[in-house]
Design a protein around this ligand. Sequence first.
Ligand code: CMC
Length: 427
Amino acid sequence: MTLTAKIEVNGTTVELPVVEGTEKELGIDISTLRGKTGAITMDWGYGNTGSAESGITFLDGELGILRYRGYPIEQLAESSNFLEVSYLLYHGELPTSAQLDVFKSKIVYHTLVHEDMRSFFNAFPKDAHPMAVLSSAVCALSTYYQQGDESTQEGLELSMFRLMGKLPTIAAWTYKKSLGHPYIYPDNDLNYCENFLKMMFSLPTENYVPHPDIAKALDVLLILHADHEQNCSTSTVRMVGSSKANLFASISAGIAALWGPLHGGANQAVLEMLEEVVASGKSTKDFINSVKDKDSSSRLMGFGHRVYKNFDPRAKIIKVFADRVLNLLGVDDPMLEVAKELEETALRDEYFVSRKLYPNVDFYSGIIYRALGIPVNFFTVMFAIGRLPGWIAHWKEMNAHPKNRIGRPRQIYTGETERDFIQLNDR
Ligand code: CMC
């Protein structure tokens, strides 16, 4: 049965087609609405607007379901690894072991960044926020690879391999610059996360052998962040890419969008909030009361989600994982107890219950990053490394879609109506 929807605008009724997804989601296709009635739809923050048909990630906010290409996040976190998940997101199917080997070797082949980029890092202030450096450096990659033709399958794959290979190197060098330490070159004999940890924490004077459990913990965090359908940064990547800007420029814009504290920057904000609670000596109840106060601009960071209204499945996995990782590393972090107390207090509080506000992916991830030795202002960089394959998969999917057009929303103008210019002397 073909579903339709009727909308009446100022006495004119139009019948619009309804698009149905494989998980029975419905979307009213309003693309002819303006032509037929002169009206557009308004949707602040796009809470009700579908911007794409996508086969990458499914999430159900009411039931707390998250699946990449049909595979539940719980199973991927338990049994897969980040590069396999990256392959899955990009190609749509799990790789055979031969396909995975080729995929990994192509990423590893591209881990070095151009030597000239060293001076680029040197030019940034030591205290620059790493997300600013990351976004700039990724955009700068487009100046080194101008000849790539991303409209072809091979050209796009090459850009994908370059980004996947180089982002951990760029991230680690950003950190090294902030410390004034020498940049450490990638070691292609190590796996993705071990190599990243080595570039972050080794010194030419001291050998650093990444602990396999730490690398594994990091790998799981990257899987949990790898995609999340049309979130702010992914929509940004799609929007920038829709103008036919190259993949590097589009990802750079996505990194900028992710930086904000309401999005990926929340993981940094959560840790800063926990530190503030401890330093202030306030009880968790008093702190919760302060974030409920409408006159205050502060929020309980790491709580609430535009889509999840029951629980965030990633937060569930991360909470259990936080205990496991801290035990494994023998770390006794008081922040974990404060976080748990805040969560318990909030989940009993009518304000949070009635608004369906639950811990999101960022609530506990920072505690794990801290235990792994990642600096607080670097947490969002970790998110970006994890989200990279998702961004690339969306860019690819968008450009391959037959209905793809440049993203260009409309507006309702609320400014002055026409008026005559007043000469400077007469004002
Ligand atoms: N603390 C206190 N109140 C909150 C919070 C919070 N964390 N989140 C939402 N609210 C209140 C908000 O004040 C509003 O109340 P009222 O209806 O009385 O005006 C109501 O809940 C609905 O909030 P909203 O801002 O309309 O919800 P949204 O869907 O636009 O925003 C959000 C979603 C994630 C931006 C928001 O919940 C938030 O700011 N959370 C804290 C930041 C955070 O943790 N962000 C990470 C999101 S998950 C990972 C990612 O996307 O990167």
